[in-house]
Design a protein around this ligand. Structure first.
Ligand code: ATP
Length: 637
């Protein structure tokens, strides 16, 4: 009970349905600049408002109440009277004013909660952060201590310690110290783990190289990133301290020199309040404890949102859209006809006027009115510089976009092999789960780091089959996994290897094999080869062409590398600022690029036969600046 556990979200901050191939986020590393500090503050929300309202009201009642009410100890000969005009909350068995007792007890409980919160947070920061940062013997010593504290059962220890201290010395601060000593260890473990992770971040390494002193690195580089987590631990410590103190007082082991809410309950119990149905005696202290805990928990939710910004509630518009099942709330729109692509192939995927907006204080219109048709067996290249909206488009097609991203309008229709049209934006959750991967799979950006390091490659591949093909026997699953590994050029014996035993190129191939497992009709590949050297990249690209020819699936290939797309794709869509500015065959884009931005993109890649260094010498300005200049020139001509 007194082990102050961190909130679960603080430890596992990955979003609930993070797709394979994407990674969750831990605490958001930030350097605390002036705007950084602002980002450490919780965003205003109804939850935060109600939480703060409750806590501030009760704190004011505890601080100012005792000044306004009479002496809580005054005994009158009007025992056990219900609430009246004279005594708003009635009286106890001995005629004491319950309201006066409540005000003093609230103050006593708050004092203890606050002191325990501060002490437990300081102790956990000292043992967790310093141990984690310094490492070596200091860390081992601190870890041993926190481990010992963790295995000692908290409440019995508190009862023993509290019982051991003579009654006359058992002041409220003694109880607070006892509760803090038994309640810091779990938080220290969490802070240590986070510090170990933050210690290895590049910006901490940069600070070390820059010669910053260890205390400065801890206080300026590491602590600000831990503040939201520590604030959340503090709030938890306060709640648990108030509850634990109430438990101790109820057992008669509470503070002797101070009134607390637990003590009020103890006296109500001894005075047979329950038997006499004197609800006004035991009800108010219980209610104050419950409301205070509730208020702090609501504040805690808002702090969790700083630890993991993905938990932030989407703006009202987004929530409305989600409630109505994504875009299903809109007027029914006829599904796009299964037309043909430019080269006459049957279409497998039609995207029409798709718009995606990241809602927020300053909404970002990341995908603007995009329309594309992917032919069966076609390789469609999606090119454009960083930030133009390629990934957002790919995620929206697969409905993997998460708030604050919202599909504001448009349609995505999949034309199945059996002739059925599937409106992807209208699929129910279960339908979507069954659809993804089996008909449309995806290789994510940086996918090679997405394999679970503690599970063998074979088990991870088999997992996909177990989920989507429950009827398959273990032998069939194994055979299929071996088959797809062979397809991507990885020795099937590697099925028993762990990801760290494979090279980067092999891991990337394993991810492509995973995307091939269910024989999808469309595969979206988001920069699948960016992290690989050109030789491995070429090998993988050749295989993608071979799969397309042998297996007949269509590919949406996303990259900023336009020359690569010219070699690989049938057609190319060039994106800029969320818009498709040019959509043509690779041949046309290569020979007759029409949009100035496409020309600039093509010019941005140095020719192997050009003058050595010419690109670096002449191409200082970015592609965007040069395009803008080109457009301006065209306008003035
Ligand atoms: N969670 C988010 N909240 C707000 N804006 C976002 C979010 N994610 C992306 N954006 C914005 O959406 C736009 C498109 O981003 P996106 O990641 O789709 O670009 P991209 O073309 O895939 O870039 P890259 O090639 O660097 O991955 C950018 O302006 C980006 O800042």
């Amino acid at each position: 009970m007194t082990n102050i556990n961190p909130p679960a979200e603080a430890v596992d901050s990955a979003p609930p349905d993070t797709p394979a191939g994407t990674t969750g986020t831990g605490p958001v590393p930030r350097r605390a600049g002036s705007s950084g500090w602002r980002s450490l503050m919780p965003r205003w929300s109804p939850k935060l408002g109600i939480g703060l309202g409750l806590v501030v009201s009760l704190a004011l009642f505890g601080v100012l109440g005792p000044l306004l009410v009479g002496d809580p100890a005054t005994v009158r000969d009007i025992g056990m009277t219900p609430p009246s005009g004279e005594f708003w909350l009635g009286t106890t068995q001995t005629g004491q004013d319950v309201l006066a007792q409540l005000a003093h007890s609230t103050r006593g409980s708050l004092q203890i909660g606050l002191l325990v919160g501060i002490l437990a947070t300081v102790l956990s920061a000292v043992f967790g952060v310093i141990g984690g940062y310094v490492g070596g013997a200091v860390d081992e010593g601190f870890s041993l201590l926190s481990n010992v504290m963790l295995v000692i059962p908290g409440l019995p220890l508190v009862i023993v310690i509290a019982g051991f201290v003579p009654v006359e010395q058992r002041g409220w601060w003694t109880i607070a110290v006892v509760l803090a000593i038994t309640g810091w260890a779990a938080s220290a473990r969490v802070l240590r783990a986070q510090t170990l992770s933050l210690r290895n971040r590049d910006y901490v390494a940069a600070a070390k190289v820059a010669g910053e002193k260890p205390w400065r690195i801890v206080s300026v580089e590491i602590l600000p990133n831990l503040l939201p987590l520590m604030a959340s631990q503090f709030v938890f410590a306060v709640i648990l301290a108030i509850l634990s103190e109430a438990g101790l007082s109820f057992l008669g082991l509470g503070a002797s020199n101070s009134s607390t809410l637990g003590k009020m309950l103890f006296y109500a119990q001894n005075g047979f309040a329950l038997q006499y149905e004197a609800w006004w005696w035991f009800g108010p202290p219980g209610l104050v404890i419950a409301l205070f805990g509730c208020g702090l928990s609501l504040i805690n939710f808002s702090i969790d949102e700083i630890i993991n910004p993905k938990l932030r509630t989407a703006p009202a518009a987004t929530r409305r859209t989600r409630r109505s099942g994504g875009d299903r709330g809109r007027a029914p729109r006829p599904a796009a006809a299964p037309g043909r692509d430019a080269s006459g192939r049957d279409a497998v995927l039609t995207v029409e006027n798709l718009n995606v907006v990241y809602q927020g204080e300053k909404p970002t219109h990341a995908v603007k009115d995009v329309s594309l048709t992917l032919g069966r067996g076609e390789i469609l290249g999606l090119a454009g510089e960083s930030g133009c909206g390629k990934t957002t488009l790919a995620y929206a097609i697969n409905r993997l976009h998460r708030p604050p991203a919202e599909v504001t309008s448009g349609s995505v229709v999949f034309h199945d092999r059996d002739g059925k049209d599937i409106d992807l934006l209208a699929l129910e959750k279960e339908e979507l789960r069954a659809f993804r991967w089996s008909k449309l799979s995806m290789v994510f950006q940086g996918a090679m780091n997405a394999l679970n390091p503690v599970i063998s490659v074979g088990a991870q591949l088999e997992d996909v089959l177990t989920t989507h093909r429950p009827g398959m026997s273990a032998r069939e699953r194994r055979a299929r996994c071996e088959e797809v590994l062979r397809l991507v050029g990885v020795d099937p014996r590697r099925l028993d290897s762990f990801p760290h035993e494979l090279s980067g190129g092999m891991r990337q191939r394993v991810m492509i094999a995973m995307a091939l497992l269910l024989d999808p009709q469309v595969m979206i590949m988001d920069e699948p080869t960016t992290a690989l050297d050109v030789v491995v990249q070429r090998g993988i690209l050749k295989e993608i062409l071979r799969f397309r020819d042998e297996l007949g699936f269509a590919v949406v290939f996303i990259t900023h590398d336009l020359p690569l797309l010219l070699e690989l794709s049938d057609r190319i869509a060039v994106m800029r600022d969320g818009e498709v500015v040019e959509y043509a065959t690779a041949e046309e884009i290569h020979r007759r690029p029409r949009h100035p931005y496409t020309r600039t993109l093509l010019d941005s890649f140095p020719s192997l036969t050009g003058e050595r260094g010419a690109f670096v010498r002449t191409g200082e300005s970015s592609a965007r600046e040069r395009t803008d200049d080109t457009v301006k020139e065209a306008g003035t001509r």
